[in-house]
Structures are given as structure tokens and as C-alpha cells.
Design a protein around this ligand. Structure first.
Ligand code: ADP
Ligand code: ASP
Ligand code: MG
Length: 412
């Protein structure tokens, strides 16, 4: 089977949905599972609904705007009396009645129940549209297949159960399902983390023992830098799973970092291609001997730099490290770079859930700390050490590090 993932950018409007059919035409639509994200910026808009709900502000208008956006898109795809219009309305009625009845004060739980609707609706629209134009497919509720723990907003996949569920799918059919979501033991929706649809595709690919997986993007493939941020970038035609995972880990947002591991485990060939020019080869990720080690640039913004020093001039030792990393886990803060010296430790952090201040406060009970928000982590893979100077121009460098052929700097 082939697994394809279409992200938000590829289905942002009616033309985008029609373009998915065009892509499928060029590839052949058989024995195929399609994973689709929420349309355009729907997830951001649904996040706002949850935020307003908890702030006791008017969230209903937000819901109405999102609903009208989807109805407009559907008008460009279906006849006026199509059943899909009723189904779209029902999803929005469900969000509204869930929020009216909800008693849970758990922000992350409520977030997952509401924000997941973006994928439910987009997958319904895409599935119905493809069926109408004779690309016959079954719509699947991904939550019946991907089982997770109850870590809302960052579900941990229960692989055995998930593999068991997915292995029951008949591999001669075509399917359309949602990215980004699974469910816990109580069948509550759990999301897999922002931008998690690539990961969903990899989970299905792994459990189906897929022949290949492709994610369709608005760029020609994985490039030597994000074309929105860097000039003169080139396409990487062949890279290894290792190179791709390093790039994704450091922040090359074209691939969600969790995507690579399941694919590598089963050696599933993985492609990143353009949904605008689907016949072009794009990037192949695999066990490639032709791994292109071109100098590549990755900029991860909105990071936080933390400096920790002992109060009594003692060395930063294992017990200190254990305390610091224990707190990081408690506050769900990820570490993207570590540098230590005798009495101080510097960490570049990714604070997805806005917990840095609470974390810092608790840390200050034991250490002297300094927190600098809104820094950037700039990484150069396969760096040419002879031309390092160019990277220092116009930058206020707070920290730098070179390991093997990776150069990193934290800048303000
Ligand atoms: P999706 O529609 O699947 O959610 P994303 O927007 O998450 O797609 O990913 C595509 C974007 O990733 C591109 O528009 C580009 O700006 C960005 N990007 C970041 N790093 C790279 C890179 N190294 N090569 C190509 N694109 C990159
Ligand atoms: N819709 C989700 C998000 O925007 C998941 C995804 O697009 O991958 O984060
Ligand atoms: Mg995305």
C-alpha cells in the first residue's frame, strides 16, 4: 500500500481539494491511504475558540466564522443539496454542545476535543469529493485505529494496540483519514502535537507495512534551508533517514520530527514532493548511499535560553542535572541544545505549552537562573568550517557550539 499525506496548505480552499485529485491522477489511486490535515489555518482558529472559552469570551462567533469558511469551500466542490453540508453543520453543532456541557477544567483535554474537529471536517469533505468524482474510498475515523495514552496535546502512541487495529484494514481498498488525532482508553480524542499529521501518516505506513509514503508539500521537497527564510537554497534529492531526522529535530519544519523513526524501523521509502508539480521527483529519504551532505541551514525561532548557576559555587553535578531535567519533564519543556561548564549550565529550550515562567520559579528555589525569551536557534548541518565567519554577521550571539559537522548558535 501507499500512504499519502496532504497537509493544511494543500487543502486550504476548493481549488486545493481539486488539486489533490489531480495529484492522485498522476500517481494512480489504488491501494492507497490518504491522511489529511485541517484546511489552511483551521487549527489556529480552533485554538482561539478554546482560548476564548476558557477566558469566558465570545467563542461562538469564532466557531461561526470557521463554519462559514468550510461551507464556502464546500460550495466550490458540491451541489447545493449535497449531504456534506448537513455533516459539516453537525460537526460545528457538536463543538458547541460539547463546550456548553463541558465541566472539565483541564485545558489540554478540552483543547483536544475541540481542535481535532478541523481534521474530522477536512477528511469528510475530501472523502466525499473524491467519491463524487469516482476516486472511490472509505472514510476512516483515525481514533478507532490510533490508540494513545491520555497525554492530551501530545499523545503517546500505544503501538501494539494501534498495530493490531490497523492490521485489520483490507489492503486492497483506498481510505481517507485524519492526521493529528488518536484516542485514549476512554475513547476521548487525543492530539499528537501540532503539525502531527506527518507522524500519523508514518504510524499508518508502519502498521500497514506500506511500500512507500509521500508527504505532499508546497515546496519541491526538502531543501538546504526553508525557502521562506533563506535565499539560494537547493533541493536535496536523496538524504538518509539519519540526515532527515537531524534536520527535523533541529527545526526543519517541512517534516515533523517523530515521522522518521517508524519509517526507518521498517525501511519504508519516504518521499517529500510538491503538490504543485507532483511529477517531479522531490526528495527521497531512505537508506541512501547517495546521501547528499550539502551545507543546510535551519532556523528555529521562539526558543528560550536558560542559564543556571549553582548558588554556592559548587560544580554542576549529576544530582543538579537530575533535578533540572526532572523539572523540565514536569513542565513539558523540550531541550534543543545543552552546554555546560564547571558551575553553569546553558539550555536552549522549546516551551510549547507556555510553562517557562513557572518552571523558572521552581528552579530558582535551588539555583541562580537567567531566562531569555524569544531567542533563535540557528543550525548549520555539514558546515564548511572555512566559511564560518559569514554566520556571525549582524547577529548577537549568546551561545555557540560545534559538534562534528554541525554548527549551532543561539542568537537574540
Ligand atoms: P503542511 O501543509 O504539510 O503542514 P508545512 O507548512 O508544515 O506543510 O511544511 C512546509 C513548509 O516547510 C514549507 O512551506 C517551508 O516554508 C517549510 N520548510 C522548513 N524547512 C524547510 C526545508 N529545509 N525545506 C523545505 N521546506 C522547509
Ligand atoms: N492541523 C494540525 C496542525 O495544524 C496538524 C497538522 O497540520 O499536521 O498542527
Ligand atoms: Mg503543517
Amino acid at each position: 500500500m501507499k500512504v499519502y499525506k496532504f497537509g493544511g496548505a494543500s487543502v486550504k480552499d476548493a481549488e486545493g481539494v481539486k488539486n489533490v485529485a489531480m495529484v492522485l491522477e498522476t500517481q494512480g489511486f489504488e491501494k492507497c491511504l490518504l491522511v489529511v490535515s485541517a484546511m489552511g489555518k483551521t487549527t489556529n482558529a480552533l485554538e482561539k475558540v478554546v482560548e476564548y472559552y476558557f477566558k469566558k469570551q465570545n467563542y461562538q462567533d469564532e466557531i461561526e466564522t470557521i463554519k462559514q469558511n468550510h461551507i464556502e469551500i464546500a460550495k466550490g466542490l458540491f451541489e447545493d443539496n449535497h449531504a456534506v453540508f448537513g455533516e459539516i453543520s453537525l460537526f460545528f453543532d457538536d463543538i458547541d454542545s460539547f463546550l456548553r456541557r463541558n465541566k472539565s477544567p483541564n485545558y489540554n483535554f478540552v483543547y483536544d476535543q475541540v481542535v481535532s474537529c478541523g481534521e474530522m471536517i477536512s477528511s469528510k469533505i475530501l472523502s466525499e469529493y473524491l467519491n463524487d468524482i469516482q476516486f472511490f474510498n472509505h472514510w476512516l475515523d483515525a481514533r478507532d485505529y490510533i490508540k494513545t495514552d491520555s497525554t492530551y496535546r501530545e499523545g503517546g502512541v500505544k503501538w501494539q494496540e494501534t498495530e493490531h487495529n490497523i492490521s485489520k484494514l483490507d489492503k486492497i481498498n483506498c481510505y481517507v483519514t485524519q492526521g493529528f488525532i488518536g484516542s485514549d482508553d476512554n475513547n476521548f480524542t487525543v492530539t499528537l502535537g501540532r503539525e502531527g499529521s506527518d507522524y500519523t501518516a508514518a504510524i499508518f505506513a508502519y502498521c500497514l507495512n506500506a511500500d512507500e509514503m509521500t508527504i505532499w508539500k508546497d515546496v519541491p521537497g526538502v531543501m538546504t534551508g526553508d525557502p521562506r527564510k533563506f535565499e539560494n537554497v537547493e533541493l536535496l534529492s536523496n538524504i538518509s533517514y539519519e540526515e532527515a531526522i537531524e534536520m527535523a529535530y533541529y527545526g526543519a519544519s517541512v517534516i515533523h520530527p517523530k515521522t522518521l523513526q517508524p519509517l526507518k524501523q521498517k525501511n519504508i521509502p519516504f518521499f517529500v514532493k510538491s503538490f504543485v508539480e507532483p511529477k517531479k521527483p522531490g526528495t527521497k529519504v531512505g537508506n541512501s548511499e547517495e546521501n547528499e551532505l550539502l551545507e543546510s541551514y535551519i532556523l528555529k525561532e521562539n526558543q528560550t535560553l536558560l542559564n543556571v548557576e549553582t548558588r554556592d559555587f559548587s560544580f554542576i553535578a549529576e544530582d543538579h542535572m537530575s533535578l533540572i531535567f526532572g523539572l523540565l519533564a514536569k513542565y513539558k519543556i523540550k531541550v534543543s541544545l545543552v552546554q555546560n561548564s564547571a558551575i553553569s549550565l546553558a539550555l536552549c529550550l522549546e516551551d510549547k505549552f507556555g510553562n517557562a515562567n513557572d518552571f523558572n520559579e521552581e528552579l530558582q528555589q535551588s539555583f541562580i537562573t537567567q531566562l531569555t525569551k524569544n531567542v533563535s536557534l540557528f543550525t548549520v548541518r555539514n558546515v564548511n568550517l572555512d566559511t564560518l565567519d559569514q554566520f556571525y554577521k549582524d547577529k548577537k550571539v549568546l551561545l555557540e557550539q560545534i559538534s562534528k559537522k554541525t554548527f549551532q548558535m543561539v542568537t537574540l
